[in-house]
Design a protein around this ligand. Structure first.
Ligand SMILES: CC(C)(COP(=O)(O)OP(=O)(O)OC[C@H]1O[C@@H](n2cnc3c(N)ncnc32)[C@H](O)[C@@H]1OP(=O)(O)O)[C@@H](O)C(=O)NCCC(=O)NCCS
Length: 170
């Protein structure tokens, strides 16, 4: 097989990463609607052919403090979303999640979006991220390990934590 066939397709326009708010809900839903059955299973750990209103409320519940999301936009189209959500009653910890539309994968967007969450996390008192990754989700496991998460298998999922990276000095 030629290596050209393995290369990710080019994104048609430069990518901008920006924080999302409630007005961006349609963009967020657009990305999640684009996900395959497998992607949804990896993201939610269960089959999800249709998003329930509870899931849609969660996906669009950005509040700029306990729930911060960033989107990757190419040519005005949102092609990825990363977020942290602080679970109620736990101080200083937030759960990370990220999705990228299939045609936009392999260009470092997940990495860029997750990194863009660090500053708002620090500002909002988040000291540690945690993740839960499906054991068959090789891209997800590789992504979070490459960021520095120590993942251990527990109760059907890989889970792990990592300190929120410090601000880079200029
Ligand atoms: C996992 C996912 C977010 C990766 O998005 P992406 O933009 O393609 O990822 P990036 O290009 O930023 O890659 C970052 C790292 O992830 C890992 N990775 C990404 N795609 C991979 C693949 N197909 N196979 C193995 N590792 C992969 C690599 O470690 C990569 O680093 P490298 O490029 O230096 O090798 C994307 O595949 C996706 O949306 N999957 C469905 C949802 C999901 O599983 N989310 C994660 C759990 S919340």
């Amino acid at each position: 097989m030629s290596t050209e066939l393995l290369a990710p397709p080019a994104l048609t326009a430069p990518v901008h990463i920006m924080e999302l708010d409630k007005n961006d809900s349609d963009h967020v839903i657009g990305v999640f609607e684009s996900l395959s059955e497998f992607d949804r299973y990896y993201r939610f750990f269960r089959s999800m052919p249709v998003y329930s209103s509870a899931v849609l409320d969660m996906l669009t519940g950005m509040n700029g403090t306990d729930h911060v999301a960033v989107g990757a936009f190419s040519g005005g189209v949102c092609v990825g979303v990363a977020r942290y959500i602080k679970p109620a009653g736990r101080e200083g910890v937030a759960e990370l999640a990220v999705v990228v539309s299939a045609p936009a994968r392999g260009h470092g967007l997940a990495r860029r979006m997750l990194s863009a969450l660090d500053a708002p996390a620090r500002i909002n008192g988040i000291a540690e991220y945690e993740v839960f990754v499906h054991p068959q989700n090789r891209p997800g496991l590789s992504l979070f390990r490459s960021l520095g998460f120590e993942l251990t298998f527990n109760d059907g999922a890989f889970e792990g934590t990592m300190a929120v990276p410090r601000a880079k000095s200029l």
